[in-house]
Design a protein around this ligand. Structure first.
Ligand SMILES: C[S@@+](CC[C@H](N)C(=O)[O-])C[C@H]1O[C@@H](n2cnc3c(N)ncnc32)[C@H](O)[C@@H]1O
Length: 368
């Protein structure tokens, strides 16, 4: 049974805008890319909520319907909303019905009153038994805490072609409750091993609980959850200089990873992969390579190799803070200084904004 102390509809805080904005921008791109080759896509909102925040701000289910409508994908995108608490389920149904009345071209979503694991788990097992697959799907898993979702379910989702997960890791509640005995079962369900509990008991000097929890979970997603790429985005609470949650995008598709990195970079504060709230301007090093180290990073990593600019983007995106426009500037500087060469060379490429252009097909030759 699902219980929490919040009312049916709760307060809208600024950080929620970021969570929903990343969702909306990524969903629009997910639809655009995948519907060019597939007849249908699905969006599963596993912890859908009541469909609105206070002040009438639309929640994630309505946000998804709006996104597909605005991108003219509303007929080809099936939305499935799952909500366990009855009052919120009823509120969600009302909000969706009102939206459909105002937007009659929008495809009717499935709205299910139930618990995510109990609804999705058996369905994924049935598909596996029958050797069937889902249409390309994005699963948004957005619980308040960390119960109600198991790593085994994430593994089943990511095991299907073109299925991805956008996960809200509620660091705050994990941190508050992780060492309470009765939640061990939930921790084990989500992490599938107790190493995180051990690591928290024996924090090394300078180690932060938050980093330990996040890193263990990212590793769990990669090593046992079947995610090739996990991109984290830190979200601070509006009123505190502390992390509220991490948004984690899990995918096995290079283009999905690339698009989400670019969406997250655009949403971050001051070049960070984080919404830091109105006060906190602290640095966040989720990626191994900071912007100012990019040139040396490229020279070291690709020493003696050649590749197209596009290949370089896909290979290095999970490791750096930069995105393609940053890369372009750094690589053009290296070319100008004679530290790398390109084919075709600068003189044979069109100029753009006063510099040689750098299309993604250009080959980059790094010295040995
Ligand atoms: C953080 S809220 C979701 C907010 C929503 N995604 C949004 O952005 O508008 C989490 C919701 O999950 C519901 N919930 C809790 N446990 C659940 C479960 N096991 N299965 C489905 N829904 C659950 C809660 O009632 C709550 O409405």
């Amino acid at each position: 049974m699902v219980t929490d102390s919040y009312p049916t509809v709760w307060e809208f805080e600024e950080h929620t805008r970021i969570k929903l904005s990343i969702l909306g921008k990524y969903l629009a791109a997910f639809g655009r890319v995948l519907l060019s080759k597939n007849p249908q896509i699905n969006y599963f909102d596993g912890f859908a909520g009541p469909g609105e925040y206070d002040k009438g701000v639309p929640g994630s289910p309505i946000r998804a319907l709006q996104t597909f409508k605005n991108s003219h994908r509303e007929k080809q995108a099936l939305c499935v909303f799952i909500e366990a608490r009855e009052d919120r389920y009823k509120n969600l149904v009302e909000k969706v019905e009102a939206y459909l009345r105002d937007n009659p071209t929008v495809r009717r979503p499935m709205i299910i009153h139930g618990e995510f694991e109990q609804v999705i788990g058996p369905e994924l097992d049935r598909l596996a038994r029958e050797n069937k697959q889902l249409h390309p799907s994005l699963f948004f898993i957005d619980p308040f805490g960390f119960s109600g979702v198991r790593l085994t379910t994430i593994r089943k989702i990511l095991g299907m072609p073109k299925c991805e997960v956008y996960f809200n890791l509620s660091y705050n509640s994990i941190n508050r409750f992780i060492e309470v005995d009765k939640v061990e079962e939930h921790v084990m369900g989500l992490f599938e091993d107790g190493a995180v509990l051990e690591a928290l008991k024996k924090l090394k000097p300078g180690e932060r609980r938050e980093d330990v929890i996040r890193d263990h979970f990212v590793r769990a997603l990669q090593e046992r959850g079947g995610a090739k790429w996990v991109l984290p985005f830190r979200v601070n609470r509006d009123d505190r200089k502390a992390t509220a949650y991490y948004l984690l995008h899990c995918t096995n598709h290079p283009l999905g990873m690339r698009i989400m990195k670019e969406v997250m970079a655009g949403e971050g504060s001051a070049g960070e992969y984080a919404y830091l709230g109105p006060e906190d301007r602290s640095q966040l090093f989720l990626f191994k390579t900071a912007m100012e180290d990019l040139a040396q990073f490229f020279l070291d990593r690709y020493k003696g190799r050649q590749m197209t600019f596009e290949e370089l983007i896909y290979d290095s995106y999970p490791l750096t803070k930069g995105t393609a426009p940053d890369y372009r500037g750094v690589l053009l500087d290296l070319e100008e200084r004679g530290q790398i060469t390109m084919n075709p060379p600068a003189a044979n490429r069109r100029r753009y904004k006063g510099r040689p252009s750098l299309p993604e097909s250009v080959r980059i030759i790094f010295p040995g």
